[in-house]
Design a protein around this ligand. Sequence first.
Ligand SMILES: Nc1ncnc2c1ncn2[C@@H]1O[C@H](COP(=O)(O)OP(=O)(O)OP(=O)(O)O)[C@@H](O)[C@H]1O
Ligand SMILES: [Mg+2]
Length: 233
Amino acid sequence: MSADPIISLRGVTKNYGSGATAFQALKGVDLDIAQGDFVAVMGPSGSGKSTTMNILGCLDVPTTGAFLFKGRHVETLDRDQRALLRRRYLGFVFQGFNLLARTTALENVELPLLYRGEDRRTRQIAGMAALDKVGLKDWWDHTPAELSGGQQQRVAIARAIVTQPDVLLADEPTGNLDSERSVEIMQLLTDLNRNSGITVLMVTHEPDMAAFARTIVHFKDGLVERVDQGAMA
Ligand SMILES: Nc1ncnc2c1ncn2[C@@H]1O[C@H](COP(=O)(O)OP(=O)(O)OP(=O)(O)O)[C@@H](O)[C@H]1O
Ligand SMILES: [Mg+2]
């Protein structure tokens, strides 16, 4: 692992709304993520996990404080610059899979490459390679409705890794899956972390899933309460 963290948050606050309805979801989050780490983010509902993930995913910005990615101050970037950073370095997986219906697995996986302007053949080769990594090469022409929940989430992971991101962000990726399917997803994330060197950050409510991670970050009331290292050793 390199000494410099790939991600640093310094005093990050996030306010939603203003005036009487204003709410501070993050109250000064400090967090360092080492390159190559596998991090589980835990904590009660409403403690700020998704708010933090959305900032790390460049989907949202802090109200105050600093977010450094590879030493670059993301909070100073405009929307377009953040989008470029997101497309180049980050992959995002959500609880609800978020696949396009009536669209094949391969076409779903190819989407980030389409946004990048890659040609059809490049998209297909990279798309099939990503589907192969998640064990779904033979399912490339199936639509989401023809796939199980676990398979849909694997397609979503293939879509997230098709651009070869440095960081994979997953917000409750097993939240809609039974425990057997959840373990399969965790094994896949572990494999991507170890063999492809992707830094993984995953929100989960389940200790069994967090046990797959190397580092566990506990949120409470909009702050990092505790960081446990070496859970997996
Ligand atoms: N867009 C928004 N507008 C207003 N308040 C919001 C918004 N998004 C989140 N919040 C509030 O911010 C707080 C933190 O929300 P967040 O989604 O980060 O929690 P969480 O830790 O992910 O919870 P959960 O485990 O339920 O997903 C909550 O009180 C929530 O109601
Ligand atoms: Mg959440």
